[in-house]
Design a binder for this molecule. Structure first.
Ligand code: PXP
Length: 243
């Protein structure tokens, strides 16, 4: 079985477009769980551009499946994680101007910062995953940090032209094997959608997939008919009442 962690950040992105209360990512999380999600992921960014501190606090109370906090390996976020106690934390690099997480962690270059964060989180009873590129050196240094698991970046595979896709898939596959033999549990995510997920989901040794944008995007579309019908019914009811 491969677990599915659903990232609901973009429900909050839609809320922030108007700065109001709706749509609430908590509702998104609850419905994702009803749909069969094995976990819920939220990324609390330094600039709070989508998920905010209130969302995370209430998510912790609401979510009974695995709650995964994506976070930069910085003091502020480690403190928040230790207070909120998600089931797991996925450490990611974070740049203010990026649209989404761009590359994996530099587990070698930032070894001290990352391994300090890993130790503090694990001491607090939180499982730790590192988001890394599917390359040998990243896997080897990730294993040295003491992390429990890695999430291999599938963005290169997802964005590859059809002619290059096989090569990118092979990189994910060999990194998966290397991570497994280093004693790490192995997840994957980023850029996965309804057309490309099967190529990754069938790889041996995979623990879970973390997917956000394509699911939230699909939810907007498959929900459109029902949402419009609901509004139309209200309008028709009020208009009939007027006569
Ligand atoms: N995993 C990580 C570490 C991410 O940063 C993201 C994006 O927030 C995802 C998975 C989900 O990626 P996507 O939204 O492209 O499915």
């Amino acid at each position: 079985m491969v677990l599915l962690g659903v990232n609901v950040d973009h429900v909050a992105t839609l809320r922030q477009a108007r700065g109001g209360r709706e749509p609430d990512p908590l509702m998104g999380a609850a419905l994702a769980v009803l749909g069969g999600a094995d976990g819920i992921t939220v990324h609390l960014r330094e600039d709070r551009r989508h998920i905010n501190d209130r969302d995370l606090r209430l998510m912790r109370q609401l979510v009974s499946v695995e709650l995964n906090l994506e976070m930069a390996p910085v003091k502020e976020m480690v403190k928040i994680a230790l207070e909120t106690k998600p089931d797991m934390a996925t450490l990611v690099p974070e740049k203010r101007r990026e649209l989404t997480t761009e590359g994996g962690l530099d587990a070698k270059g930032d070894f001290k910062k990352i391994s300090d964060a890993v130790r503090r989180l694990k001491d607090g009873g939180i499982q730790v995953s590192l988001f890394i590129d599917p390359v040998g050196v990243a896997v080897e240094w990730a294993a040295k940090t003491g992390a429990d698991m890695v999430e291999l970046h599938t963005g290169y595979y997802s964005n590859a032209r059809p002619s290059a896709r096989h090569k990118e898939l092979e990189k994910v596959k060999s990194s998966m094997a290397l991570a497994g033999s280093a004693g790490l549990m192995v997840n994957a995510g980023h850029g996965l959608d309804y057309a490309n997920v099967a190529g990754i989901a069938h790889l041996p040794g995979l623990r879970g997939l973390y997917i956000g944008h394509s699911i939230v995007g699909r939810a907007v579309l498959v929900g459109m008919k029902e949402a419009v019908a609901g509004m139309k019914a209200l309008i028709n009811l009020a208009a009939a009442d007027k006569k």
